[in-house]
Design a protein around this ligand. Structure first.
Ligand SMILES: Cc1cn([C@H]2C[C@H](O)[C@@H](COP(=O)(O)OP(=O)(O)O[C@H]3O[C@@H](C)C(=O)[C@@H](O)[C@H]3O)O2)c(=O)[nH]c1=O
Length: 176
């Protein structure tokens, strides 16, 4: 049997398909600075692959920190905002509602509420800029996961996270 060498491997051929990678889901009335990009899943008989973020088509701020959140059915993570980082939530499974609220007094969308239902039926990369208040609710009957690829690393000695209770009356949304 001839000894296998690296040269015996065959390089993948270039390929292209018409499904745009990370296409913006245009919604003119989004809260200022929020971005929603559609995630594309490519499947084959072995399973599937979904690109969560890529610098292929445009420069990105490379994520210095990436983590996976598992949300139990009915669980609520709200309300939070970050002062220095943008969150980049890749939601690809489950039935997740992300609620955004703009309390930036100088924002053109000040006091705008945004309700986004994402996950298996609407796979997205959601970019949430600093100071935009957000909450995440797993409305499904099974555990859901999402990946966060924030623009800053998380420092336990100086967590960049400000919170208020999920049912604060100052935010015009009730998690049910
Ligand atoms: C963010 C983070 C938290 N942790 C720890 C802190 C804590 O013990 C546990 C859970 O962290 P938190 O309570 O901050 O995570 P949580 O409040 O569940 O926040 C998550 O939910 C959504 C709404 C977000 O906006 C993200 O910030 C995401 O971190 O994990 C890390 O070890 N590394 C990290 O990068």
């Amino acid at each position: 049997m001839q000894t296998l060498s690296l040269d015996d491997f065959v390089d993948d051929k270039p390929w292209h398909d018409d499904t745009p990678l990370l296409e913006d889901i245009s919604s003119a009335d989004l809260i200022a600075g929020v971005r929603i990009q559609r995630l594309i899943t490519r499947a084959d008989k072995r399973g599937d692959l979904t690109v969560l973020i890529s610098a292929l088509l445009e420069p990105i701020s490379p994520p210095p920190h990436v983590y996976l959140v598992s949300a139990e059915p009915g669980s609520i993570r709200a309300w939070v905002y970050h002062k220095r980082q943008s969150d980049r939530l890749a939601c690809t499974n489950g039935d997740i509602r992300v609620v955004l609220y703009d309390l930036r007094k100088d924002s053109p969308t000040y006091q705008k509420l945004e309700i986004l239902d994402v996950g298996a039926a609407n796979k997205v990369l959601l970019t949430i800029p600093p100071y935009v208040v957000h909450g995440v609710h797993n409305r499904g009957k099974s555990t859901a996961t999402f990946v966060n690829m924030p623009t800053n690393f998380y420092d336990p000695k100086n967590p960049d996270k400000a919170r208020i209770r999920f049912d604060h009356p100052g935010i015009p949304y009730r998690f049910e």
